[in-house]
Design a protein around this ligand. Structure first.
Ligand code: NAD
Ligand code: UD1
Length: 336
């Protein structure tokens, strides 16, 4: 039985789907602070298998311990956390409490229950401003915001945990920019309020919920002047979790980038989305967004060599699947 914390969320629901599809049993835990349980109902009807849902908070050590024991959990995929970069500068202590303290409590419950396999969702944001590209796992770390620092501190904590007890099997996955949705159009990203991230915002412009996109700067040192990122299909990302789980048979700490290795500019994303949706994406050029870097993309070689994993879905497929989800669910899960 695999425990997925944050299982009702955007990435979590796709990870639960991948695990169930692979025949594994799943208990999904979530406090539903940024998600809707309907995502998991849809996951179950999509793959024709059921999972166990527990409405709980990772900061509640006793509750986690009870779930680990009662469900016979053998490994944990830990996705629960707060993730809004701007908000993390406004409420840093909330982020440290939820992400860092929450992970400490989770680990403590796992130690008591003798569950010593953990896959943690880190982020490319731990690299900060790139000093070279593509970003490999050896690149110096230096996040530039509290959210990123919670990820870095947890990574360091996990490494210390292994140094103190070499029975742990730990996977640290640094995601680049997850976008897209399951090809069914039944599960996807359901942002609360105005989306901060590019693709969810573009999708809302396409459907008419937002009037136009503001491009955050077109004076970067890139071919078209707009920022370049490594967008990765969420279904490819989810399959990376499955690969790492089957690889964590030996104790150790495995740190891997999950990205495509390709960079695409804001304008390329807009054009691709227009092409797959057949809708115009009006935009205006605005100021650069504080904390943004010009270019960020992964060197995913290590994940390829270690796991035999690589992303397979194109930017067009990411946009097409994101669009199908947006079109079928204009109000996200709130309409269900
Ligand atoms: P999400 O908000 O959709 O999912 C996170 C889930 O965790 C939500 O369902 C939320 O309700 C739950 N949660 C939050 N705090 C909790 C707590 N204390 N106890 C129990 N549940 C809690 O976000 P997502 O995009 O699916 O991200 C999942 C993980 O991946 C996060 O840790 C995030 O930091 C990381 N990540 C995301 C991205 C991205 O672009 N989406 C990039 C890099 C890393
Ligand atoms: C952001 C976070 C990062 C997090 C990631 C996924 C910041 C500084 N970084 O990454 O820590 O891991 O989201 O959640 O917030 N853009 C526009 N207009 C918009 C929105 C974005 O032009 O309305 C541009 C940005 O300037 C950037 C690109 O689109 O060049 C991608 O932005 P976004 O989707 O927010 O991802 P990141 O900034 O890479």
């Amino acid at each position: 039985m695999i425990l997925v914390t944050g299982g009702a969320g955007y990435i979590g629901s796709h990870v639960c789907m991948a695990l169930l599809d692979a025949g594994l049993d799943v208990v999904a835990l979530d406090n539903l602070s940024n998600s809707n349980q309907a995502s998991l109902q849809r996951v179950q009807s999509l793959c024709g298998r059921s999972l166990v849902f527990r409405h709980a908070d990772i900061r509640n050590e006793e509750a986690i311990y009870d779930i680990l024991r009662a469900c016979g959990v053998s490994a944990v995929i830990h996705l629960a956390g707060l993730k809004a970069v701007g908000d993390s500068s406004v409420r840093p202590m909330t982020y440290y409490e939820n992400n860092v303290l929450g992970t400490m409590r989770l680990i403590s419950a796992m130690r008591k229950a003798h569950v010593k396999t953990l896959v943690f969702s880190s982020s490319a944001t731990v690299y900060g401003v790139p000093t070279y590209l593509p970003l490999d796992e050896q690149h110096p770390l230096g996040p530039t915001n509290p959210y990123g620092r919670t990820k870095l501190f947890i990574e360091e904590m996990l490494k210390d945990l292994y140094r103190s007890d070499d029975e742990w099997r730990l996977g640290i996955l640094r995601y680049f920019n997850p976008v897209g949705a399951h090809e069914s159009g039944l599960i996807g990203e359901d942002p609360v309020g105005v989306p901060n991230n590019l693709v969810p915002f573009v999708a809302q412009v396409a459907i008419g919920k937002q009037e136009k996109l503001k491009i955050c700067g077109n004076d970067y040192d890139t071919p078209d002047g707009t920022g370049i990122r490594d967008y990765i299909h969420v279904v490819d990302l989810a399959s990376g979790h499955l690969s790492v789980l089957s690889h964590l048979k030996q104790p150790g700490v495995l740190t891997l980038n999950l990205g495509t290795g390709n960079g695409n500019s804001v304008l390329e994303v807009i054009r691709t989305f227009e092409a797959v949706s057949g809708r115009p994406i009006p935009y205006e050029i605005g100021e650069r967004r504080a904390g943004d870097v010009a270019i960020c993309y992964a060197d995913p070689t290590l994940a390829g060599e270690t796991l035999g994993w690589q992303s397979t879905r194109s930017l067009a497929q990411m946009c097409a699947d994101h669009w199908r989800w947006q079109l079928n669910n204009p109000c996200g899960y709130r309409g269900t």
